[in-house]
Design a protein around this ligand. Structure first.
Ligand code: HAM
Length: 429
């Protein structure tokens, strides 16, 4: 006997059911109108790219590339990966299409699904959606602040409260190698006390030890040298200016010397945005937004150095926060008119009348599949419509229709051809 197909979506991948669509639409619409105000234009890149783009761009020693890629070999032998993030793909598109020749900066946004093979848990999925912003060709710290401001305002417009920006600078090739040396030598002296993951990180990607969440590593982190004390003059000034812009904008931020982010391409500014509500017991607060500056990614993936800064917001996490804070979004259009029908001829005429209301853009509720007038009027009641149109056998033959005011119970018979006009007139009152 053939094995039954499991009626279950894959782990960490979810259906977006009709009742949640209104939340997604709300985030999409708010994001699109907000970012276009800041001058961002939309770009859609493929859901798959060559795997090597992420190996080079996101970084071979990152968790994303080491453990979380969904990849496949095509029939033609290409190795492709489902995008685990937008940034390398958008940078690839920027270079491929010669956008370096456009007036700079070029500001691009994308919205869509991304895929990471993570252990599914609260706020952590294998397929999730991001609003992603990238600014290319501008090295001014004003841009770092503007990206943060755009994300902050997106969350604020979605009515999320208690927002806080965490920010740090992780320097660049001018000062980070020197800091790495200092950090490695410190970590060597504490090597035996590090957690298993950090023992590996200390060799491969020592900065990542600084954002380890393991209890065991916290005292080591607390005494570790901080990169902020070892920035070169240029990186230091850049960071200082970013903070001055944030002060000017009045955005609440907190310096977090341990914020290093899990992706290899960042230079200078890195940031995350959180909602500062107490996290449920046993869970760590999750960032709604993460991003930063990445001036070397263009060269790393095979182009040339392009000043760049961006970030991404996780839509599922935002929606979860909206729901937690009691925000209800209903996608239903309020309908003020209900069409009831009794008998075959009336049913046929109802279909045509329904079309006339659609063309007049008057939302009309109906229960075409129901025959009993009582059942249909009970539904009209439940929907709290203002008017019910009742088309019975007699009315259908006489080409009339009953128009009932559901508020005061009065009703009158009007010509069928004038039904739309009569309803429109009353709705305007
Ligand atoms: P990221 O921090 O990896 O950055 O992801 C950004 C946001 O995506 C996170 O703050 C979180 O809200 C959401 N997110 C990440 N992983 C998951 C998951 N497994 N389940 C649900 N939501 C998740 C980036 O992706 C960078 N590309 C951002 C960037 C753009 N940097 C510069 N430009």
């Amino acid at each position: 006997m053939a094995k039954k197909t499991r009626l279950q979506s894959p782990p960490g991948m979810h259906d977006i059911l009709p009742e949640d669509q209104s939340y997604f639409q709300k985030v999409y619409r708010t994001a699109e109108s907000l970012v276009s105000f800041y001058g961002f234009e939309k770009i859609d890149t493929p859901i798959m790219e060559f795997l090597e783009l992420y190996e080079k761009g996101t970084g071979l020693t990152t968790d994303i590339v080491e453990k979380q890629m969904f990849s496949l070999k095509t029939k033609g032998g290409d190795i492709l990966a489902l995008r685990p993030e937008f940034t390398p793909g958008v940078m690839r598109a920027f270079l491929q299409h010669g956008m370096t020749n456009l007036p700079q900066p070029v500001k691009l946004y994308s919205i869509g699904p991304v895929f990471r093979y993570e252990s599914p848990q609260a706020g952590r999925f294998r397929q999730f959606h991001q609003v992603n912003l990238e600014v290319f060709g501008e090295k001014s710290p004003a841009i770092d602040s503007q990206v943060i401001q755009a994300f902050y305002n997106l969350l604020a417009e979605l009515k999320l409260k208690n927002l806080v920006v965490e920010i740090n600078s992780i320097g660049a090739s001018c000062c980070r190698p020197y800091f790495k040396k200092i950090l490695i030598s410190y970590l060597r002296s504490r090597f035996n006390s590090l957690c298993l993951d950090c023992k590996r990180r200390a060799r491969e990607n020592p900065l990542r030890v600084l954002d380890c969440k393991e209890e065991k590593c916290q005292p080591i982190k607390a005494q570790a040298p901080q990169i902020i004390d070892h920035l070169c003059e240029e990186c230091h000034n850049h960071f200082k200016e970013v903070l001055e812009f944030l002060d000017e904008l009045g955005l609440p931020y907190r310096l977090n010397p341990y914020l290093v982010r899990g992706l290899d391409y960042y230079t200078k500014t890195v940031f995350e945005i959180f909602v500062e509500n107490p996290a449920p017991e046993g869970s760590l607060p999750v960032a709604l937004v993460g991003g930063g500056r990445y001036d070397n990614l263009g060269k790393v993936i095979g182009g040339r150095d392009i000043s760049a800064c961006g970030g991404a917001a996780g839509i599922e996490r935002i929606i979860e926060e909206m729901k937690n804070s009691g925000l209800r979004i209903s996608g239903e259009v309020k309908k003020n008119v209900f069409l009831a029908q009794v008998g075959n001829l009336a049913k046929k005429k109802s279909l045509k009348l329904f079309e006339e209301f659609r063309q007049a853009k008057i939302p009309l509720a109906e229960s075409l599949s129901k025959d009993s007038l009582k059942v249909q009027l009970a539904r009209a009641d439940r929907l709290q419509v203002r008017y019910a149109l009742i088309l019975g056998q007699k009315e259908a033959l006489e080409k009339t229709i009953i128009l009932r005011d559901m508020k005061d119970g009065t009703q009158e018979t009007v010509k069928l051809e004038k039904a739309v006009r009569e309803v429109k007139k009353r709705l305007k009152k």
